[in-house]
Ligand binder design. Sequence first.
Ligand code: RP5
Length: 182
Amino acid sequence: MAFPNSATGYFCLEGDNRVQTSPPIAIVMGSQSDWPTMRFAAETLDALKIDYEARIVSAHRTPHRMVSFATNAREEGFQVIIAGAGGAAHLPGMIASMTTLPVFGVPVESKALRGEDSLLSIVQMPGGVPVGTLAIGKPGAINAALLAASVLSLMDEDLAERLADWRARQTDSVPEFPRDND
Ligand code: RP5
């Protein structure tokens, strides 16, 4: 696995100065309890050899951290944000309100309402502040990573090839005929 919390050694040149910047993707989540879901986004990015940084940023418990992250994300060097949250899942929408980077929202499955609350909290954004909302739970986390990869692949031919290979391997892994499990 790559580096969920890396100082990854990304640099850009500002004049003659080499300045540290962030990896292309930020995976943020409202709580440590979201990581078992959001790690599927991380693992998918690992498989595609895309670097990322994972952070806990709660809209409700650490609102100042959220504002600081969202307002600085583009300047820090992030290009796409994947944001996962459960329950009253304001995080993706609040982040989207403070950045023009693409934000993909992952509704984390909640205990009380199995993630339907998370989904509805994330998906019903007012016109003008978009969050690309994925499915509840693991499939949403995986697809958020794949969509983020698609965005980055527009400017990165090597990544476009890795993404096509990933999809081809998935296709190859599907048997044509079912078999008994035992
Ligand atoms: C949300 O509340 C988090 O995104 C998480 O899904 C949910 C529950 O958080 P914990 O009480 O488990 O920390 O903010």
